[in-house]
Design a protein around this ligand. Structure first.
Ligand code: P1T
Length: 383
């Protein structure tokens, strides 16, 4: 594969060559903790201990870096572990600007783990450029955002935030989990670090928990790698193998997720049971123009408000037969959840209310089943 290969080619080949020992075309599961040394301190290859590096993980790290247009990749045992590696770069007294709508576990990690260590956090609506600019302090080291956000699907202008961060000497980290590298390339828009919960679209089959960090900056990479090795929240080789297998189809899967979600969003908008439907591809989305500018598809997630509150939402969810009630997203199978009770239950109630995470809100992770069956499932559950 040459360096100019396009996305679909890189998805299948980047980081992987036939195994030098056997010619196996899939990178093997190097299920080993350690590596023989012919003499103390002399290695046969580049590996000495699997917390530091493992060939299956190295292949995945190179593959994901290539998909994000980055020079460096690091993989972790979960998306939260990947975020934690970035937060470990900060010191007491440092300040973070965090976008106000993020995964509940992200909110919990920042607010209930790191603020005990003297890190100051400001929650800011980063769709508001003036509010973002005003949030910087002399001690601001990091801006952390998701786009589209979880669960309200706000779309934040990455290039505009990168410009603000550059001017102030702060790092910009973008959680690209919802958009995927198929639809959005934050590093090319000026982000310093891209984060993924690879549990989601990268894995795509709801069978692995994992995380990743990608960067183009050699110095940032060295700092992150030091913490990755020192803390050791690394994925095992079998999980890396499954993720490598998944990235080979990510462009095909995400394309179908987008098609199905687009059709379902258009359907829900017409339905009186859903007075509010949020999908970045709808003209009615407040940041539809930003989404069109920085994404090349609008993703597989839809958030919608039901008119009858929690009781109605609960009844609707329980009656679905194809959509499964579950946390997580991004798998080939359609999932649905109630953010207020499930993924965002740990977010304080007043913050949820401010963001519009009401009890009647439902979040669809639209899978790649036949769209007519998915729409039929929703109709029968509402009927
Ligand atoms: O679950 P884990 O792999 O640790 O990833 C955490 C995470 C990070 N970033 C985003 C945008 C996420 O959505 C998540 C996990 N989210 C869910 C489990 C969920 O259902 O929203």
């Amino acid at each position: 594969m040459n360096d100019n290969a396009r996305f679909a080619t890189r998805a299948i080949h980047a980081g992987q060559q036939p195994d030098p020992a056997t010619g196996a075309i899939m990178t093997p599961v190097y299920q080993t903790a350690t590596y023989a040394q012919p003499s103390p301190g002399k290695f046969i290859g580049e590996f000495d201990y699997s917390r530091s590096a493992n060939p299956t993980r190295t292949a995945l790290e190179a593959n994901l870096a290539s998909l994000e247009g980055g020079r460096h990749g690091l993989c972790f045992g979960s998306g939260c572990a990947a975020m934690d590696c970035v937060l470990h770069q900060l010191s007491p007294g440092d300040h973070i600007i965090l976008c106000d709508d993020v995964y509940g576990g992200t909110n919990r990690l920042f607010h209930r783990v790191y603020d005990r260590h003297g890190i100051k956090i400001s929650l800011v609506d980063l769709t508001d450029h003036d509010a973002a600019a005003a949030a910087f302090r002399p001690e601001t080291r990091l801006m952390w955002l998701e786009t589209p956000t979880n669960p309200m699907l706000k779309v934040i202008d990455i290039a505009a935030m990168a410009e603000l961060c550059r001017a102030k000497g702060a790092w910009l980290a973008v959680d690209n989990t919802f958009a995927t590298p198929v639809l959005q390339a934050p590093l090319s828009l000026g982000a310093d670090i891209v984060c993924h919960s690879s549990t989601k679209y990268i894995g795509g089959h709801s069978d692995v928990v994992g995380g990743a960090l990608l960067t183009n900056d050699d110095a940032i990479h060295e700092k992150l790698k030091f913490v990755q090795n020192s803390v050791g929240a690394v994925p095992g080789p079998m999980d890396c193998f499954l993720l490598l297998r998944s990235t080979k189809t990510i462009h095909v899967r995400v394309d179908r997720h987008c098609q199905n979600a687009g059709k379902l969003a258009e359907h829900l908008v017409e339905h009186p049971k859903f007075p509010r439907v949020v999908y970045p591809g709808l003209d009615s989305h407040p940041q539809h123009a930003v989404a069109k500018k920085q994404m090349c598809g609008f993703g597989g997630m839809i958030t919608a408000e039901m008119d009858g509150g929690l009781d109605d939402a609960r009844r609707f969810l329980e009656r679905l037969k194809i959509f499964t009630i579950a946390e997580s997203l991004g798998g080939v199978e359609s999932l649905i959840e109630s953010p207020a009770i499930m993924t965002h239950a740990s977010v304080p109630a007043d913050q949820r209310a401010k963001l519009g995470i009401t009890d009647g809100l439902v979040r669809f992770s639209v899978g790649i089943e036949d769209i007519d069956d998915l729409i039929g499932d929703i109709e029968q559950a509402l009927g």
